[in-house]
Write a protein of this length. Structure first.
Length: 152
């Protein structure tokens, strides 16, 4: 069986090419969410027409990176989360963290924007919230043993 390797993605080529293409297409939402985050972080601070209240910046970071983590989970899942494992969770958290750090670095070049380690922490919280919901959902379905086997 031939292996296809893309950055962050390893797919075993199957006889049915349609299945292979469908697996690759599932990553489109990940790239869309990444693009939206990049677009929003590329806007000067004064041009963002978002409601301002105490902690609103962190809440928006949590929401954005929760959406990114959810898109990543759906991209790697087969049917309803059978591909989910603790290893997959760690990889998704690392992916969201690295993207969050690169986003903060990118913001240092935008007028009126600054980088903040607390924004990165909010990004990590958003990713962890989604993965926590996925884990609880998997456990409630009685898949705890299967998840532990997948990690080995």
């Amino acid at each position: 069986m031939k292996m296809i390797r893309l950055p962050g993605l390893v797919i075993k080529e199957q006889k049915d090419k349609k299945t292979l293409y469908m697996r690759v297409l599932r990553f489109i939402p990940v790239f869309v969410v990444m693009g939206i985050i990049f677009f929003l972080s590329n806007q000067p601070d004064a041009s963002l027409a978002i409601p301002r209240f105490f902690g609103s910046d962190k809440i928006f970071h949590i929401i954005a990176y929760a959406a990114l983590a959810a898109a990543a989970v759906l991209a790697v899942a087969d049917k309803f989360f059978p591909a989910y494992s603790h290893k997959t969770s760690i990889q998704i958290i690392v992916f969201c963290t690295v993207y969050g750090i690169s986003d903060e670095f990118h913001q240092t070049f935008i007028a009126g924007r600054t980088a903040s380690v607390f924004d990165v922490f909010a990004d990590i919280i958003g990713a962890c919230l989604v993965l926590g919901v996925v884990f609880i959902s998997a456990c409630r379905k009685g898949e705890r043993a299967r998840l532990q086997e997948a990690d080995q």
